[in-house]
Design a protein around this ligand. Sequence first.
Ligand code: G3P
Ligand code: MG
Length: 247
Amino acid sequence: MNQVKRPLIIGHRGAAGEAPENTLASFELALKQGADGIELDVHLTQDGQIVVCHDPTLNRTTNGTGYIVQQSLESIQQLDAGAWFGDAFRGERVPTLREVFEAVPEGKLINVEVKHAYEGRMEHVLLSFLRRSGRMQDVVVSSFDHKCIKRLKVSEPELQVGLLYAANLIDHSAYAELLGVEVYSLHPHYEGIGASDIKLAVEKGLHVYPYTVNREEEYRRLIEAGVSGIITDFPARLADVIGSRHT
Ligand code: G3P
Ligand code: MG
């Protein structure tokens, strides 16, 4: 993983503000704009393949309909996943996790967000893919499903795992310790984390990656507070603030 002093720029669903989320075009744009890594969401197809899509259904981001888990990879890959965003992206497909790994250079962070455990099937397929990929150190697997995260870490101690939070209900650092497995990172909603929470977490050795931050004043607040990375729909905008823009 990139060893940089400044916070990592992590492209949310790629560069979801400027390209159709979770497509190869979106991930490639994020990297071109200077992202140190990408965040993506995964689901299982009926035939047990991991595809990259945020929603459990195809309705919002493709020209198809219905649940991913009820359809084969072959039929899902015939759909258009770009036209809904703009004509320039017509022809984009729903990528497999493998296709994204092939498109992202080694050393870039890949934050895989597990959206659904599918009764444990996702963990099995994901771990077997990650072990074979030889890129375990580039990966952080996060989820709002903390039981799933715990099972993943117990099954594969080398895996770096992160806890996602939508609300600020508890001291997240203390909670991470209670989980009983080593947690690599906290992924809080940016509105629910303040400077003292960030400082405490970083002092405890946790990485802190707030999501989804798109405004300049929020970038500055979080950078000042010492976050490890920022998940954003606009990697170029964040790179401008950090002073590391590529294009
Ligand atoms: O992983 C950060 C963020 O993606 C979590 O929320 O709904 O955008 O997947 P969501
Ligand atoms: Mg996500």
